[in-house]
Design a protein around this ligand. Structure first.
Ligand SMILES: Nc1ncnc2c1ncn2[C@@H]1O[C@H](COP(=O)(O)OP(=O)(O)OP(=O)(O)O)[C@@H](O)[C@H]1O
Ligand SMILES: Nc1nc2c(ncn2[C@@H]2O[C@H](CO)[C@@H](O)[C@H]2O)c(=O)[nH]1
Length: 434
């Protein structure tokens, strides 16, 4: 995928060319670096293949992310060890994965906020988290705590469904004082998940997250919320609808979470409903690919050259070539939608779907930050006559997001180990041109 930012060797425009008079790289290019910030519960994933009887034995509900006690954790871990069921132990956390994947795709800085153990020993979980995270993810703002980070037992059954058991450690002790307001205010986006609201008495994570969100809202920094797991939303759909309406600009979810928050089964209609509350919606739908929905001002709409599709909304992709905007920036807002099937129809064999949604979000964040980068660097470009949220059209982004998800499906870990291949940098490649 090819657009401005650090990732490209060849740019659309020569922002890093030397000034012929001074023989120096344009100094403003250093001053305009941008970053995104994510808040997460710092977790290491412990992945194992198990069957339903195993889940029943530990009273784990299939497909759910649930918090487990220290006692259950100990028994569970011992069983996995005794039977050599563990495939890998690797850094995880839904936003941790997203920040890592963003930094890999964009080859650029993201900042992760959360906690980290004060004492770290080679080989322990804290060590593993740090060593499995891209060096482009800035961990300097993590708050140190006197105790362990969390563990996420990622239990995969024969159908590929994953069930999470969370041993929380001190992951929810991020304190509001550890939220640096100027860091948030200077970001291109703030990314959070609904998991941050699943806390115990004495935890401060929710307060810290809400402080960051309010700060981002006040500074005009887009707030991106990923819904995490449907069960959390089903418990309090009204609370989540209010929260999303009040604070969130970009909502990310899969079709199950979309059903939980809207009560609507069809992902396109559910995404449309969410536009009543937010500016842009990303709804992944497993083997059915991905839907994006947003707003554009009538004067900036662009008609698709692809065949028009009709689902529950007639010819819904008609304006999918438009770049999405904040509703408030539209004089005459109109709703735009797109759908993309999985890249290459999906891989022949899926190793693991864990984190496929996180990767899709990382790709869209890359596009969003590329827009900020371009605006900072070439402010008077005609491209920015439209105050758009992203660099690319809805249609283009959905393809990029699916492409990034594909990469996660063909590997075990939810974290990308490298950027997408150079040869795909051309937008003329068959897939992108379809
Ligand atoms: N069975 C599949 N076949 C082909 N592509 C798939 C399949 N499952 C997922 N994908 C791809 O991955 C993307 C995201 O998948 P999915 O909807 O499962 O995300 P998710 O449930 O949010 O995942 P997670 O919460 O683990 O990050 C889809 O948009 C699609 O491109
Ligand atoms: N932050 C956070 N991440 C989770 C939770 N449950 C599962 N995940 C992560 O979700 C990722 C896949 O989307 C995995 O890598 C898990 O680590 C949770 O309760 N909180």
């Amino acid at each position: 995928m090819k657009f401005p930012g650090r990732r490209q060797h060849r740019h659309y425009f020569p922002v890093d060319n030397k000034n012929p008079l001074t023989n120096q790289v344009n100094p403003s290019s250093n001053a305009t670096q941008n970053y995104i910030v994510g808040i997460d519960q710092v977790l290491v994933d412990i992945e194992a293949k198990v069957d339903q009887a195993f889940l029943d034995e530990f009273d784990l509900h299939r497909g759910m992310s649930q918090v487990i006690s220290d006692e259950v954790t100990q028994r569970l871990y011992q069983r996995l060890k005794d039977e050599s069921l563990i495939n890998y132990e690797f850094a995880g956390g839904t936003i941790g994965n997203t920040m890592h994947n963003y930094s890999v795709l964009a080859d650029d800085r993201s900042v992760l906020l959360g906690v980290m153990s004060k004492d770290i020993h080679v080989g322990d979980y804290a060590y593993r988290f740090i060593s499995n995270t891209s060096s482009r993810v800035d961990l300097n703002y993590l708050q140190s705590v006197d105790g362990p980070i969390g563990r996420c037992f990622t239990l995969i059954d024969d159908t590929g469904e994953r069930t999470f058991g969370i041993n929380a450690g001190l992951i929810n002790r991020l304190h509001p004082d550890s939220i640096d307001e100027s860091l948030i205010a200077g970001a291109s986006a703030l990314v959070i998940s609904s998991y941050l609201m699943r806390t115990q008495p004495g935890d401060t994570m929710t307060e810290a997250a809400v402080k960051a969100v309010k700060c981002a809202n006040a500074a005009g920094v887009p707030v991106v919320l990923t819904l995490g797991t449907r069960f959390l939303i089903e418990e309090e759909p009204e609370f989540w609808r209010d929260f999303v309406h009040k604070y969130v600009n970009i909502l990310t979810m899969n079709e199950e979470e979309a059903l939980a928050i809207t009560g609507i089964e069809d992902p396109l209609l559910a995404a449309n409903k969410c536009l009543d509350w937010v500016d842009m919606v990303i709804c992944t739908a497993g083997k059915d690919g991905l839907y994006l929905a947003g707003y554009v001002d009538e004067v900036f709409k662009r008609e698709s050259e692809y065949p028009l599709l009709s689902g529950e909304i007639h010819e819904f992709n008609r304006y999918e070539y438009s770049r999405p905007m904040l509703l408030n920036d539209c004089k005459e807002p109109m709703r735009i939608y797109t759908h993309s099937a999985p890249y290459m129809g999906g891989p022949e064999s899926i190793k693991n779907t864990n984190g496929a949604g996180d990767a899709a979000l990382a790709a869209i964040l890359h596009d969003l930050s590329a827009n900020v980068y371009h605006k900072n660097t070439v402010a008077n470009s005609s491209k920015h006559e439209q105050p758009a949220l992203t660099y690319s059209s809805l249609s283009q982004m959905s393809k990029y997001a699916n492409r990034a998800s594909y990469e996660v499906l063909v590997q075990h870990s939810p974290r990308l180990s490298r950027g997408l291949p150079e040869r795909e940098d051309s937008l003329d490649q068959a897939y992108w041109a379809q």
